[in-house]
Ligand binder design. Structure first.
Ligand code: GRG
Length: 295
């Protein structure tokens, strides 16, 4: 049985190749756009969402060929969100994944287009390469992903985020903002992996709960890291939430209370997939990884 680190490394390396193949410029006149898209996606990132797609999919017998396409689509959407998030109109950050943000490297117009193009390429990939899943499951998959990243998901969460700069939010409001902004794509990664496999209703429910718990866990840990880790460790500017006067778990709770909340979410995430037994081992290991991550 492959241990978690070797399993994760194998997927990270595999995804680098898949993403690179999916982002080849078809002609010289598009080389500039593809260069910016590749810059945003390749050679960086922990690939947590890909790992979640694979761990969920493997727990219900999905094919690796399907999972790598789904994971590539999820990574492209994630990368687009980071490119747009870093732009001066949004979070205005110059550093991402330890290198200059996409708009710093390629200019704002090209970064905007690279983000747009990554998002549409993600859906193009799903539509073009998952035919063997059958139209019913492809429709479900697209419904899940579009809902997760649209106005009632990631983009909505981002809107709530910037509309509340300098304002206070209560615990429920923070939870909702984080669930939409960050949690919804992480939850979708888990559900899409499951959808590609053969889950029964109970397994679907377990993955649903797991996806929601790790989605929130990810952001609670992110809030704590933003307040405590260094820019060098994070590969992006640390302390940005405080700088922008953003309400976060680290501001509405003490750091200790935020860490306790993370531990509670971690415990319930692990508990929700324990009925999978050995088949859920990578899901549980990912919950550990998300809790313990240092960047
Ligand atoms: C539509 C104009 C427009 C912008 C969309 C929706 C959006 C911008 C941004 C929201 C996404 C966002 C930045 C969420 C924050 C989540 C977060 C902490 C991302 C970092 O994820 P990691 O740590 O990154 O997994 P790596 O680099 O490892 O992939």
């Amino acid at each position: 049985m492959t241990n978690f680190s070797d399993w994760a490394l194998g997927i990270q390396q595999r995804m680098e190749g898949v993403l690179s193949r999916c982002l080849q410029a078809p002609s010289q006149d598009l080389a500039g756009l593809y260069e910016a898209m590749r810059y945003a996606v390749l050679d960086g990132g922990k690939r947590i969402r890909s790992l979640l797609v694979f761990a969920a999919g493997e727990s219900v017998g999905a094919s690796i060929d399907h999972l790598e396409i789904i994971a590539a689509a999820v990574e492209m959407i994630h990368a687009y969100s980071l490119v747009h998030d870093d732009m001066p109109e949004m979070d205005n950050d110059v550093l991402r994944r330890g290198k200059p943000a996409c708009h710093v490297q390629f200019g704002q117009a090209m970064a905007l287009l690279a983000g747009d193009a990554l998002q549409t390429r993600a859906f193009e990939l799903l539509v073009n390469h998952l035919a063997t899943l059958g139209s019913e499951r492809i429709t479900l998959l697209l419904r899940t992903l579009t809902h997760a990243v649209g106005p009632d998901g990631m983009v909505g969460g981002q809107a709530i985020d910037f509309e509340h700069i300098g304002q206070s939010l209560n615990h429920d409001q923070i939870e909702r903002m984080h669930q939409l902004k960050t949690g919804s794509l992480i939850h979708a990664a888990v559900m899409l992996g499951g959808l590609a496999g053969h889950w029964d209703h109970e397994q679907e429910l377990m993955l649903d709960i797991f996806g929601k718990q790790v989605g929130l866990l990810f952001q609670v840990v992110d809030d704590v890291l933003d307040a405590t880790a260094s820019t060098q460790m994070l590969g992006k500017t640390a302390g940005k939430d405080a700088y922008h006067h953003k309400p976060t778990y680290a501001t509405i709770l003490t750091l200790d209370a935020a860490r306790r909340l993370a531990m509670d979410l971690h415990l319930s995430a692990i508990g929700s997939v324990s009925p999978f037994g050995q088949k859920g081992r990578y899901l549980a290991a990912l919950a550990d990884f998300i809790l313990q991550r240092q960047f």
